[in-house]
Design a protein around this ligand. Structure first.
Ligand code: ADP
Ligand code: ZN
Length: 642
């Protein structure tokens, strides 16, 4: 690769895209692409995959074909490219004949550098002829995991792409995706006949996402408070401002409707989204969300695919997701711009039981099924999801290790468990010893429910039958109620002191559990129903469970900008201006400028269009287009506000 081309790429990043630095992997991938090498890039959602093919298309002035399953949702991509001054077009069946002809003419005349097409359009119709006239120098396969039968989203029409490789042997190929296990990765490389590809697999870590799990009690009140705080602008536990729109994911269509109503009734503009709504309404609701006309969408998992909105600031999971893959994909829709965002999962054991039942019956209300998936595997995935919700360890580490990554830092400082003040943990060593001892006395052959009965000294028929009333642990557990002992048993399982053995989920003491009798302590979050532990009372102010001063590392890691007092009012004005411009030109607000640009503008307060140079997200084209309006707004604010 010659240095001149990379120099040009660096310059294009700043001048055209207005970014001061590359995201991890982008530069390496762009370098491979520019040198004409095949490449496979696995970057997390929000990792900046589009730039990996858009930037080379700007540097090398020729046609790039992007195959994507999400053509129907491409309009925003086009608008974004247009706003950057890059010629792009979509060719699909939804265009009327005139639109199609004019787009095709632009391709022929060389005005289009990036052409998006759906896989099914590749073999038939007008596209093949057009491509024969103007062959692409590069073929980009977006969502490349769809080509693999081993992936979770196989699309048979993706197999068509292989034909392109034969038809355009000189074109290089770039495959991008956010999810691919080793097997899927090999399958992608094989199916696309990649030649000695450059492979880049980035870290799955999203350091700017604050991960939280809360018990599923009093959820309506909690949700309203949470959404309201974010709609108004909320200082996160980590000290950063998080303001903007969010998504509430739920399992059923009915809850999606109810939650949208609940939020609306409490002054948070919200709309539902699920597969049961008429197509038109779905489209309109999605559009309202993207354009910031509403604060929230309450949706089933049907929502989110192909939505590029970079400034989703919060995600709530009203119900337990079915697996960590789905959960990770859904929370990945927040904070794609790299600014802080908050993810809250409501978790109750009831959900787990309900989901297990659903899986046994195969299928649920949201319309997608676990077809082709053995129940056993589905059950195992669900259990991992529940273990995530129950863990007292760093959630980020749990998540990353599930995706095969080692998280080396001792604490992420950005999940509820890492941020919890150690002072807020209670010492439950003695109850833990009692429960472990009880499991041992029961010969490691009974479940948590029976062990609880024994500890509470109840007169169940089963206790009678086995003569367990005579055990030394019988009736020694008055410090917790039934729910408390059950919860403690789950935590001891989560911490590895106990294990549950299928098929009857009997409790078994582990070596670690036995060791607790001689050394060590068991400290944990307060358990509801324990004396001395706090229990949650509706209506009362909840003490923040977070440490007050998480290390400054975190904001550095997330690449965030902390707000300076006094900026907020200007920031608000700039947001309003952005919305006005966006509505006038018919694009989403983030296409005009991302939040981070507005933050920087409200901090730096540039007085002229020239001063805009170097501001995040302001390339030459955007400076020319929007610069003066923003500069004017800033100087008006300065005159009246100071
Ligand atoms: P994905 O990998 O999910 O397709 P996108 O390509 O949509 O992600 O990028 C996510 C967001 O990150 C977009 O708003 C994009 O403009 C922004 N982005 C991409 N590259 C950079 C960069 N080098 N610096 C700052 N922001 C970037
Ligand atoms: Zn953590």
């Amino acid at each position: 690769m010659n240095a001149a081309a990379m120099g040009k790429a660096d310059e294009t990043l700043r001048r055209v895209f207005g970014f001061e630095s590359w995201r991890p992997g982008q530069r390496e991938i762009v370098e491979a692409v520019l040198s004409g090498r095949d490449a496979l890039a696995i970057l997390p959602t929000g990792g900046g995959k589009s730039l990996c093919y858009q930037l080379p298309a700007v540097v090398l002035d020729s046609l790039v074909l992007v195959v994507s399953p999400l053509i129907a949702l491409m309009k925003d991509q086009l608008d974004a490219l247009e706003a950057l001054g890059v010629g792009a077009a979509v060719l699909n069946s939804s265009l009327d004949p005139d639109e199609y002809r004019s787009a095709a003419d632009r391709v022929r005349s060389g005005q289009v550098r990036i052409l998006y097409a759906a896989p099914e359009a590749l073999a038939t119709g007008r596209l093949p002829a057009l491509l024969a006239e103007r062959p692409p120098i590069r073929i980009v396969v977006d969502e490349a995991h769809c080509i693999s039968q081993w992936g979770h989203d196989f699309r048979p029409e993706y197999r068509r792409i292989a034909e392109l490789r034969v038809r355009f042997p000189a074109a290089s190929c770039l495959a991008v995706t956010a999810t691919a296990t080793d097997r899927v990765r090999d399958d992608i490389a094989g199916s696309l006949a990649l030649r000695d590809p450059f492979v880049f697999v980035s870290s799955f870590d999203r350091p700017a996402l604050l991960l939280r799990v809360e018990p599923k009690t009093d959820t309506k009140r909690r949700l309203i408070g949470f959404a309201r705080n974010h709609a108004r602008g909320k200082t996160a536990a980590t000290g950063e401002e998080i303001k903007g729109s969010g998504i509430v994911y739920c399992l059923s269509r009915k809850s999606a409707e109810e939650i949208a109503e609940l939020l609306s009734a409490h002054g948070i503009r919200a709309l539902p989204y699920h597969a049961g709504l008429p197509q038109e309404e779905r489209k309109a609701n999605q559009e309202a969300f993207i354009r910031d006309d509403v604060d929230a969408i309450a949706a089933t998992v049907a929502f989110g695919m192909g939505i590029d909105k970079p400034d989703v600031r919060w995600i709530v999971h009203w119900d337990l997701p079915k697996d960590l893959e789905g959960y990770y994909q859904e929370i990945g829709r927040a904070g794609r711009d790299g600014l802080p965002a908050e993810c809250l999962l409501f978790y109750g054991r009831g959900d787990l039981i309900k989901l297990r039942r659903f899986l046994d019956l195969d299928g649920d209300d949201s319309g997608d099924s676990t077809e082709g998936d053995s129940k056993w595997a589905a059950r195992e995935r669900l259990d991992i999801m529940a273990a995530y919700a129950e863990t007292e360890q760093c959630r980020r580490r749990f998540l990353l290790s599930h995706f095969g990554e080692h998280y080396l830092r001792p604490s992420c400082d950005c999940c509820d468990n890492c941020l919890r003040d150690p002072e807020d943990l209670v010492d439950l060593t003695v109850p833990a010893q009692k429960l472990i001892s009880c499991a041992i006395r029961l010969g490691n052959r009974f479940g948590a429910s029976h062990a609880t009965d024994v500890l509470l000294g109840s007169n169940s028929e089963k206790i009678e039958r086995y003569g367990h009333g005579a055990l030394s642990v019988y009736g020694i557990g008055s410090e917790l109620n039934r729910a408390g002992w059950m919860e403690l048993s789950r935590r001891l399982v989560a911490s590895g002191h106990l294990e549950t053995v299928p098929p009857y989920e009997v409790l078994k003491a582990t070596a670690k559990g036995r060791a607790l009798f001689t050394a060590g302590t068991f400290r944990t979050r307060p358990i509801e129903g324990s004396r001395g532990g706090s229990s949650f009372s509706p209506g009362a102010p909840v003490k923040s469970p977070y440490r007050k001063n998480p290390s400054a590392d975190r904001s550095r890691a997330a690449g965030t900008i902390l707000t300076v007092p006094g900026d907020d009012e200007l920031f608000e004005r700039l947001r309003t201006l952005r919305k006005t411009i966006a509505d006038k030109t018919g694009v989403p607000p983030y296409v005009v400028f991302p939040d981070r640009t507005l933050r920087e503008l409200s901090r730096r307060k540039p007085r002229s269009v020239e001063d805009l140079e170097g501001v995040f997200g302001v390339g030459a084209h955007k400076a020319e287009r929007y610069g003066s309006a923003f500069v004017r707004e800033i100087s008006e604010w300065s005159e009246t506000g100071e």
